[in-house]
Design a protein around this ligand. Structure first.
Ligand SMILES: [Mn+2]
Length: 389
């Protein structure tokens, strides 16, 4: 993509600006300088920006912004890049290495990852020194250097701070990556904070890109990604749900696209969702909650951290979007999530739980061994569930 001449941001009192909007100065400028210094000092030995498995738009966008600022960086992802991430990469004409040979580098910059299992199989022996750059809140799983700023809605915003602090200018590739990362990580601004809007405003003002370019990159693949559409529909077929007062907690299983499946179930009517993805020995759970659930004092990041502890895995994340990575049975972990979340909500809402009466979840299984329908609410939920993977 070619675009407008890169722009130098103005230095204001509280942050960088470009006419309208503002990118606040880093919360810890000295620590951010240490990151930049290490990236520069390790130029000779090789520096790798490593994104988490199934690297999403925010992780990929962060890697692109860093690469534009420090061209000698290699960018890569553990195991895979998501479809949306690949769509952003092809838009800017870049590629990411899958499972790069980590021993070749003298410094790693791990982005958008709150746990070691997102970027490794758990064995960090033989790893070079590393920095973790992230906007998730909990980093107790990391022993190395962490630059963390949970006040930012997306990791791309921290990457932009690193760029501007090091003296880089804003070009259109960085601009698309920045706005795309924020749009993706705030659920298209549903969970945005004022700061994220300020950053988008600044980037749109200071670049040649338009919001429709960004949404084109993010949404374009939604219509053509048939495996994602199928994953979402399968998640709906396999859904189980419980009612707590007038709120619905839902769980389901997919083999991939767990985040997309979680969003689909929220749109379909669930208020809190847990989706498990089991592949070979790996288990991932993605959870999402609507804002009115967060307003009750529910924090999914803390919730998943606790579920992680109980199942011997690593969990954590944001209040409205969190996850878990590790091993074990998805079925069992989902049952635990359902049990704990319904208890938690019952407490918050002051309602009595009667498991027998309230359980209306669809069963996962063959049509022949389905139980009799318990309520009209099940109409349509189980219909057509004639095969399973
Ligand atoms: Mn992120």
């Amino acid at each position: 993509m070619n675009g407008r001449t890169p722009v130098v941001p103005n230095r204001g009192k509280t942050g960088w600006s470009m006419g309208s909007g503002i990118l606040p100065y880093p919360r810890d400028e000295l620590r951010m300088w240490r990151v930049i210094q290490d990236i520069i000092d390790n130029r000779g030995g090789g520096v790798l920006v490593l994104a988490h498995h199934n690297a999403d738009i925010d992780a990929v966008g962060t890697a692109i912004i860093l690469k534009r600022s420090f061209p000698w960086l290699d960018i890569g992802a553990f195991r895979s890049v998501s479809h949306a991430g690949r769509s952003l990469l092809s838009h800017v004409g870049m590629e990411m290495k899958i499972d790069p040979d980590i021993s070749r580098y003298s410094l790693l910059v791990i982005v958008d990852s709150s746990s070691t299992l997102q970027v490794s199989d758990g064995d960090l022996s033989g790893w070079p020194p590393y920095w973790v750059i992230d906007h998730h809140a909990d980093h107790s799983h990391w022993d190395g250097n962490v630059y963390q700023d949970p006040s930012m809605g997306a990791c791309v915003e921290i990457a932009l701070q690193i760029s501007f602090l090091s003296g880089a200018m804003l070009d259109d590739m960085m601009a698309v990556s920045a706005v795309a990362g924020v749009v993706a990580d705030t659920g298209k601004f549903r969970f945005t904070k004022p700061v994220d809007l300020d950053v988008c405003s600044m980037v749109l003002e200071g670049s040649g890109i338009k919001m429709e370019n960004v949404l084109g990159v993010i949404e374009g693949e939604e219509y053509f990604d048939v495996s994602k559409k199928i994953a979402q529909l399968k998640a709906m077929r396999r859904v189980r749900f419980e009612k707590v007062g007038d709120q619905i907690v839902a769980t389901s299983m997919v083999s991939s696209y767990e985040a997309a499946a979680a969003r689909a179930l929220l749109v379909a009517g669930a208020d809190v969702v847990f989706i498990a993805a089991e592949r070979k020995n790996d288990l991932r759970i993605s959870s999402r909650a609507k804002p009115h659930i967060l307003a009750l004092g529910v924090h999914l990041g803390h919730f998943m951290e606790e579920i992680g502890r109980e199942t011997g895995n690593q969990g954590g994340g944001h209040d409205g979007a969190a996850g878990l990575n590790g091993k074990g049975s998805g079925e069992k972990a989902l049952m635990l999530c359902m049990e704990r979340m319904t208890e938690l909500l019952a407490g918050k809402l002051g309602v009595q739980m009667d498991r027998k009466r309230d359980h209306m979840g669809g069963r996962r299984g063959k049509a022949a061994d389905r139980q009799p329908r318990e309520s009209p609410d099940m109409e349509g939920i189980q219909g057509g569930a004639s095969r399973q993977e």
